[in-house]
Unconditional design. Structure first.
Lengths: 482, 80
């Protein structure tokens, strides 16, 4: 490609077509664009980096401009880098001049599958097929040696020798953790022994608070992985299991086919480069909230462990110290509520989808009453967990929309919400409240909810409660400020 | 390798690339005779044949070969 053509592409990209294309609000398409391949035409010999006008310099500049002006400014542009493939296989393999001049094919047939793999990987990340959790063995996986046999002084972890390879591997895992991937431990060890290096070894990179769930016992790993999957409540197909022991890998792979089990190399110095080469952790979006994910899951694990200690559910719920904050829709919440109406499928009574603008309009409209619910407990905040839209009608209040996050299911939140709805109806002088269930393929869990909470089914899937006859549902949730 | 052996091997490559075991090529076979023979499969064919016979065609040869016969002749000359 000549320099003038290069500039033309640059100009189009930064000033024109892509930009205006992406700005068009109706364009919902995602754009996949390859970055340019690093290459030196040798016009300046080996001194190209000294001259801005050299082809070598310009390609790098063009790529960095595309990254800065494209990828960061427009979320629907996905820039794909092929230089890492070219580096891996070598330019003489990646590029076949004969092929290029015969068919204008810029990538050799040998390298084409790698390019296809990159593209597929980006597309599957766009479609939400992402890995959410890495389950890690400890001995000879996170450090060299066995903590139970070799003790704190005997295991290899640190700047020297093989310990360095394990340390770099841990650094990489920590980066994944910060990017939103959950780390869990699954080790055949005594829990206390297994935790010791995390607590006391000065050269460990991973700390206990990097680990969402720590499972160390003498049960088989399949049982433990199933437990981890259940507690974290994520799909088996979004989990990766890393273990140096081929026996454990085969057992897990054979018993749980959905989980990804990389065939780790024998030499632990190769773990990191091998795992990096697998390209497992593509993600199409990333926000500051992802860093918080480990903490939220740790809180959830705390709740579940607590629950197992109590004889009855009531005792457990009482112990949580739950406090709900209720108010009409707040302008800060409009986007979150709109997102909930668009994404909630299970706990959603009528599944009416609203945009941000719809929610803003409803919040201001005198014909409606709205309620948003936040739930906190002693483990932390669950954030905005439920929203209600009620339409004022002649005959009473009609619940147009009720949806709730499934994370807070069965904690008395449903009961608390309906109690509150009746309070609001009474305070506004309504004698009756009506609800409706509209069936979808996914919301059968709330089919009977109105009946359970004190409503009468007056015709199929339509429910009514007379405010004066309503008896409050039992709940252990306190309203904030009461 | 005799000319016949080369032809048999070339025939195998064709069956493989076009995923069709019923293909029988003759010296006169050209791209017009096989339905799926387009520019991309042409390149795949050439590169497969290069790999199988461990030879490299020059660009001139790739563009100059008129039919399977000429391809076989070329292989016979080169793959010694």
């Amino acid at each position: 490609m000549s320099l003038s053509l290069l500039y033309k592409v640059l100009f189009c990209f930064c000033n024109n077509s892509t930009k205006s294309f992406c700005k068009t609000q109706n364009v919902k398409a995602n754009i996949l664009q390859f970055l340019f391949l690093n290459y030196d035409d040798m016009v300046f010999g080996s001194c190209a980096s000294r001259f801005e006008c050299s082809f070598f310099f310009q390609v790098i500049k063009l790529n960095s401009m595309m990254l800065e002006k494209g990828a960061t400014a427009y979320r629907n542009i996905f820039l794909i880098d092929l230089n890492s493939i070219q580096n891996e296989v070598g330019r003489s393999v990646f590029y076949d001049p004969k092929l290029y001049y015969i068919g204008k094919i810029p990538v050799s047939l040998e390298a084409l599958p790698y390019v296809a793999q990159r593209v597929t990987s980006v597309i599957s990340a766009m479609m939400g097929r992402i890995k959410k959790c890495v389950v890690l063995d400890l001995d000879n996986t996170l450090w060299g040696g066995a903590i139970g046999d070799d003790g704190m002084e005997g295991i290899q972890i640190g700047e020297l020798g093989l310990g360095h390879a394990y340390q770099d591997f841990q650094r990489w895992l920590r980066e994944l953790r910060l990017m939103g991937v959950l780390l869990a431990v699954c080790s055949k060890n005594n829990e206390e022994t297994a935790k010791e290096p995390f607590l006391k070894h000065p050269e460990m990179i991973l700390q206990l608070d990097d680990i969402s769930l720590f499972v160390a016992n003498w049960q088989d790993k399949v049982t433990n992985i199933r437990y981890i999957q259940r507690i974290l409540n994520i799909g088996m197909d979004s989990m990766v299991f890393i273990d140096d022991n081929p026996f454990e890998r085969n057992l897990v792979r054979d018993t749980i086919p959905e989980i990804t089990v990389p065939e780790l190399p024998d030499d632990s110095s190769l773990y990191l480069s091998y795992l990096q080469g697998l390209d497992l952790f593509g993600t199409a979006s990333y926000s500051d909230a992802d860093k918080e994910r480990t903490r939220q899951y740790q809180e959830e694990v705390g709740r579940i462990e607590q629950r197992q200690k109590f004889a009855s559910l009531d005792d457990y719920l009482k112990s949580l110290g739950m406090v709900a904050n209720v108010r009409p829709f707040d302008s800060f919440s409009y986007p979150r509520i709109a997102q909930l109406t668009q994404r909630s499928n299970q706990f959603n009574l009528r599944t009416i989808r609203y945009t941000d603008e719809d929610i803003a309009r409803i919040a201001r409209d005198q014909k409606y009453l709205t309620l948003e619910f936040f739930l906190d407990d002693k483990y932390g905040s669950n954030g905005l967990v439920s929203a209600i839209i009620m339409e004022k009608r002649e005959s009473g209040l009609f619940i147009d929309t009720w949806l709730m996050s499934c994370r807070v299911l069965k904690r008395g939140m449903e009961e608390f919400i309906i109690n509150k709805v009746i309070d609001v109806a009474e305070a506004n002088g309504f004698k009756a409240v009506f609800g409706e269930y509209i069936r979808t393929p996914k919301n059968s869990m709330v089919e009977k909810i109105y009946s359970t909470l004190g409503f009468k089914e007056v015709s199929e899937n339509r429910f009514e409660v007379i405010v004066g006859q309503f008896r409050k549902n039992k709940t252990y949730i306190q309203e904030k400020g009461e | 390798m005799t000319r016949e052996e080369i032809k048999r091997k070339v025939n195998d490559v064709f069956c493989d690339v076009f995923d069709d075991d019923s293909i029988v090529v003759t010296d006169e076979t050209t791209a017009k005779d096989i339905e799926d023979w387009d520019s991309l499969t042409h390149i795949t064919l050439v590169s497969e044949i290069e790999d199988v016979f461990k030879i490299r065609f020059s660009m001139k040869e790739v563009l100059g070969m008129k039919n399977v016969g000429e391809m076989v002749d070329y292989i016979a000359r080169t793959a010694e």
